[in-house]
Design a protein around this ligand. Structure first.
Ligand code: NCD
Length: 315
């Protein structure tokens, strides 16, 4: 694997290989080996043009646990705010000898441009581009589902998942639909008609406007954040109305299978798409998703950079 730009880049074998590598890395971390020498001497640049807390910290922790040198670049306070182009930023990173660039950008397709422009020779990992894709989020979600529903092994054949909320603006939903389909899971998207993208009927999933029906007997529900920063119009009458029609509360959560799980990529709008009661319930794996994100991103960096053999020798 050279770049990771889209969940569609991953066939079932490669996706399972990443999940298995992440599983192995998580096991080592649990054993107390927090740092592996695998990427010693390599440089990973986190190039973040959009705000982020958990994804940036997660990639930073992942790279550091593999002993890479990490450079954090955020557009605010950099020459980007003086109007420097993506091309000039890329040329600077190349001149500094970056081996991998992890990019988050407000424009859909920016990671693709970076990977295929010829400006840089490093591996490119998409950490979220506009409303397009967020493949490492989909991988960490698949990892979390696999831990809970498949004892951390194999694919997700036959697993049934509802993804609920602002699908229109969600790169998390797009990447998850693609990856979960590749892994054999059955996805139902649930949203008001205004928050489903045009052409959703061509996606490899079902869709519904009825949350209660869609959640019944599912293995998992993934709630999406209402992305108000990407909304330029009124997509629903009021927050109260949205919450009543599409919010996850305890009653709805209990429609899932008895061992069904509740997921959310964060950051959550508590009281809007999810109640605190559901977010903090025994069914919620939201905090585990964050933990799993580090192992999965370690696996992605490891595979993109072709690191040395994974071994449990601490440095
Ligand atoms: C997501 C993102 O940035 O796309 N968050 C994340 O990566 N943890 C989802 C979101 O912002 O709602």
């Amino acid at each position: 694997m050279r770049h990771l730009l889209s969940a569609a880049d991953l066939d079932r074998t490669t996706a399972i290989q990443i999940l298995d590598t992440a599983h192995e890395l998580a096991r080592l971390t649990e054993r107390g080996v927090k740092k592996l020498p695998t990427l010693r001497g390599r440089t990973v640049v986190n190039l973040f043009f959009e705000d982020s807390t958990r994804t940036r910290i997660s990639f930073e922790a992942a790279a550091k646990r593999l002993s890479a040198d990490v450079i954090n670049f955020s557009a605010k306070g950099s020459s980007v705010s003086k109007g420097e182009s993506l091309k000039d930023t890329a040329l600077t990173l190349e001149a500094m000898g970056a081996d991998a660039v992890v990019i988050r950008h407000g424009s859909s397709g920016a990671p693709h441009v970076l990977a295929h422009s010829g400006w840089i020779s490093s591996a490119v990992v998409n950490a979220g581009d506009g409303t397009h894709e967020h493949p490492t989020q989909a991988l960490l979600d698949a990892f979390t589902l696999r831990q809970h529903l498949r004892e951390g092994k194999g694919d997700l054949e036959g697993v049934e998942i509802a993804i609920v909320g602002d699908v229109l603006h969600s790169r998390v939903a797009r990447s998850n639909v693609l990856l979960l389909h590749t892994l054999g899971a059955k996805v139902t998207l649930v949203a008001p008609p205004t928050l489903l993208p045009v052409g959703v009927e061509t996606w490899p999933c079902d869709f519904s406007y009825d949350i209660d029906e869609a959640l019944t007997n599912k293995d998992a529900v993934m709630m999406l954040r209402v992305q108000r920063e990407r909304m330029n119009a009124a997509f629903f009458p009021s927050p109260q109305e949205y919450s009543r029609r599409y919010g996850l509360d305890r009653r709805r959560m209990n429609l899932l299978k008895p061992d069904g799980i509740v997921m959310h990529p964060g950051p959550m709008n508590r009281g809007l798409e999810i109640s605190s009661e559901a977010a903090d319930s025994e069914k919620s794996v939201i905090v585990e998703q964050v933990t799993n994100g580090v192992s999965v991103r370690m696996a992605v960096l490891y595979m993109a950079l072709g690191g040395n053999e994974i071994s449990g020798d601490a440095q």
